[in-house]
Ligand binder design. Structure first.
Ligand SMILES: *[C@@H]1O[C@H](CO)[C@@H](O)[C@H](O)[C@H]1NC(C)=O
Ligand SMILES: *[C@@H]1O[C@H](CO)[C@@H](O)[C@H](O)[C@H]1NC(C)=O
Ligand SMILES: *[C@@H]1O[C@H](CO)[C@@H](O)[C@H](O)[C@H]1NC(C)=O
Length: 489
């Protein structure tokens, strides 16, 4: 089965006889992780300033985890048309497709709120969801707590009448998954997506009208609600969003983070992103999301995350999606490999249906990525970037990761770069400075690792001094299963 996936991983085991003597800056640990924090009981004293908050080490688990899954699920999953911005795109932007969808299918007095009673989640089975999360190989989950529509996916006393217990399924959709996941897989972290702003909350609209000189919405709604979510569910990720219309001072996000880091029940392990007010993206917080689908293709100096959706058009489920709207498995694996090689985590978003099902096409993507990871996960989880790789113009299309503990360098060759001559040049390996114990390949012959012959490069001929030339097995992996490899677009 596994060799059907055409992206092949090379594993090079490299042994350094004396790293310090050679003085070679082979890798450096980029992200200061606090190794003691999991058991630490020392008091924290972060102040609500970026200088203080940004000095907090990122809890170590996050960089090791690499692979996450995110669920965009809410009332927008009922129309399941156009996207999760349905309400705003209908009422404010008046997108023609949304306006005619409503005109043709619903009575004129139908409101967005009327969709909520059809958010039944009648097939929502958290045991099946956790099965899928496991098959995919996620190490963390980001579940929608509240999207811009303001509907909370759990009972919140700050969202009376507009939460999943009061209207819709009558269930604590978020809490059920958190419980199931923790019972079965305590090693997979549970996190919450939270939108600061809400499209049409009257308090928010009032504050906005006042140029954000008033803060009724923050004081009475979104801030206490976020505290409530942390206290009730103890999420280990706060995936913040919906921050961009106002400054961080309006949201009180620095106050929130100081509380989260100093005295919340998750202060030792919680990880946050960078969406805390206009202009904070890519600058402040925990790890950086920068923009949606951020994938810079070069090593980043700060821990980051590539969040992308399996449906290229929408985060929420769309019933009228075409197969070509979905990323192929190959595309997703390429994104994942590039991301991890450049120091990022890969967070794949799925849009479940209003009934609580994960669409089979999304299930298939997850299962296939999981098959790849079962063979090649050694080169993904718990690795660090190979910093020398950033200068490798000799072997483009090869993405490196590194495991210092085992002195293993992984070179992941993307299918499109499989050399025709069967000779792969690895320019980021310095065979003069490092002693290479073996070079092997995974996942091609269905028999685990196979050792490969290699030679040091000789100057010239496109092979940089110090690099190595590896002789690949005499197969072209993507010719073995044309069907699986052909793009469905
Ligand atoms: C909408 O109008 C119809 C009559 O045209 C009425 O039967 C229905 O109850 C109304 N629905 C709402 C939600 O007001
Ligand atoms: C959930 O799914 C599992 C596995 O398919 C099944 O055994 C279980 O009975 C289901 N639970 C409910 C409440 O339907
Ligand atoms: C908000 O306060 C600032 C500073 O006091 C003032 O310049 C501005 O006009 C106020 N905006 C509104 C909409 O009241």
């Amino acid at each position: 089965m596994h060799s059907r996936l055409a992206i092949i991983l090379f594993m090079l085991s490299i042994f350094y006889p004396s790293m310090s003597k050679s003085g070679l800056p082979v890798t450096k640990i980029l992200y200061h992780a606090d190794k003691s924090q999991e058991t630490s009981s020392r008091p924290y004293n972060f102040t609500p300033t970026w200088k203080s908050l940004d000095s907090r080490p990122l809890p170590e688990w996050y960089d090791k985890a690499k692979i996450g899954i995110k669920f965009a699920w809410g009332v927008f999953s009922v129309p399941s048309f156009h996207g999760e911005w349905f309400w705003y795109d209908w009422k404010t932007y008046k997108y023609p497709d949304v306006v005619s969808f409503m005109r043709d299918n619903y009575p004129p007095n139908f409101t967005y709120q009327d969709f909520a009673s059809d958010f039944t989640a009648q097939f929502y089975n958290t045991s099946e969801w956790v099965d899928l999360i496991e098959k995919y190989g996620a190490k963390y989950v980001v579940f929608n707590g509240k999207h811009h529509e303001g509907y909370t996916m759990y009972p919140s006393k700050y969202s009376f009448g507009w939460n999943s217990v009061d209207v819709g399924s009558g269930r604590d959709l978020l809490g059920e998954l958190a419980t199931e996941l923790r019972q079965r897989r305590n090693d997979i972290k549970f996190g919450i997506y939270h939108s600061w702003y809400e499209f049409y909350n009257p308090l928010y609209l009032l504050d906005k009208k006042n140029g954000f000189n008033t803060s009724e919405f923050v004081e009475r709604k979104t801030y206490p609600e976020l505290i409530e979510a942390v206290m009730s569910y103890k999420p280990e990720i706060i995936w913040s969003d919906g921050d961009w219309e106002a400054e961080e001072g309006y949201w009180k996000s620095k106050e929130f983070l100081a509380w989260l880091y100093n005295s919340s029940p998750v202060k030792n392990t919680v990880v946050v992103n960078d969406r805390w007010g206009r202009g904070t993206g890519c600058k402040h917080g925990g790890y950086f999301n920068c923009q949606d689908r951020y994938n810079p293709g070069v090593l980043q100096p700060h821990k980051w995350e590539n969040v992308l959706s399996v449906d290229t058009i929408s985060w929420g489920y769309r019933r009228n999606a075409l197969v070509q709207d979905y990323h192929t498995t190959q595309e997703l694996i390429m994104q994942m490999v590039m991301t991890v090689s450049c120091g990022g985590n890969f967070l794949l978003n799925i849009g479940p249906t209003r009934e609580g099902m994960i669409p089979p096409i999304s299930q298939e993507r997850l299962v296939q990525i999981g098959m790849w990871l079962r063979i090649n996960g050694d080169a993904i989880y718990d690795t660090i970037p190979w910093t020398r790789a950033q200068n490798d113009y000799v072997s483009p299309g090869v993405w490196y990761t590194y495991k210092p503990r085992e002195n293993k360098l992984f070179a992941i060759l993307l299918e499109t770069n499989w050399p025709k001559e069967g000779q792969l040049v690895l320019g980021s390996v310095d065979s003069k400075m490092m002693k290479i114990s073996s070079v092997g390949i995974y996942g091609v012959l269905d028999k685990g690792e196979k050792l490969l012959a290699w030679l040091p490069c000789v100057e010239g001929g496109g092979c940089k001094d110090g690099g190595i030339i590896v002789t690949l097995p005499n197969i072209r992996p993507n010719s073995r299963n044309r069907l699986q490899n052909s793009k469905n677009k």
